[in-house]
Design a protein around this ligand. Sequence first.
Ligand code: AP5
Length: 210
Amino acid sequence: MSRTRLALLGPPGAGKGTQAKRIVEVFGFRHLSTGDILRDEVGRGTDLGIRAKTFMDRGELVPDDLIIDMIGGRIEAASEGFLLDGFPRTVPQAEALETISPLDAVISIDLPREEVVNRLTARRVCVACGQIYNLAFRPPTESEICDACGGKLIQRDDDKEEVIQNRYDVYQASTSPLIEFYRERGLLEEVDGRVGSDGVFERIEELLAE
Ligand code: AP5
């Protein structure tokens, strides 16, 4: 398969993290999620984590220079192929990525605002292994316990409704211009995120097999 440098684009809650886990299991790319890396930095109380948290808690974007410094080396090291999740998120980030390692394809998963809010207020995440659940669509067998590893399930700090609304606004203002950016370069593949997780994954598998 020729498409080994991929990025997932889409509003908060579109299913980027859910699909990324499935894609890397089947296709073996390295999963690079800027959100996961930032939450790890916050959890360890690093300088970057402390600076990033003030933006993340409000649903704002972390400044481009911090993000590019954080992810650039990881992308360069992933010579076997990578799947970016949450990066790039602004035109300056996309332009920086073109100088680090140009993409082969971008998969944009779309989801309307109302569905974003429904999904994210019901999301729970395992603190130990990162497995993603949804109280409405994919509940754990046992309340607050991860099926995969027995870890504790938590609600993310930025999954409060007012923060979710702001994240969606920020997506529309700063990230959605990337749809046109990548369409112009002939790299964009669009997927309807409203169907169930299996349906979205089937569509992505078709695209990656082409
Ligand atoms: P990040 O962690 O990247 O958050 P996000 O983009 O807002 O995306 P989410 O993780 O909330 O959603 P998702 O699309 O992965 O959905 P999921 O699969 O979990 O970023 C967090 C913050 O970090 C940002 O706000 C910003 O501050 C900062 N940041 C990160 N990257 C940055 C960058 N490049 N530049 C600047 N700042 C940056 O699914 C959501 C829920 O829906 C789950 O419960 C899931 O089970 C369920 N679900 C998924 N798919 C389906 C389906 N098809 N049907 C039904 N339910 C589904």
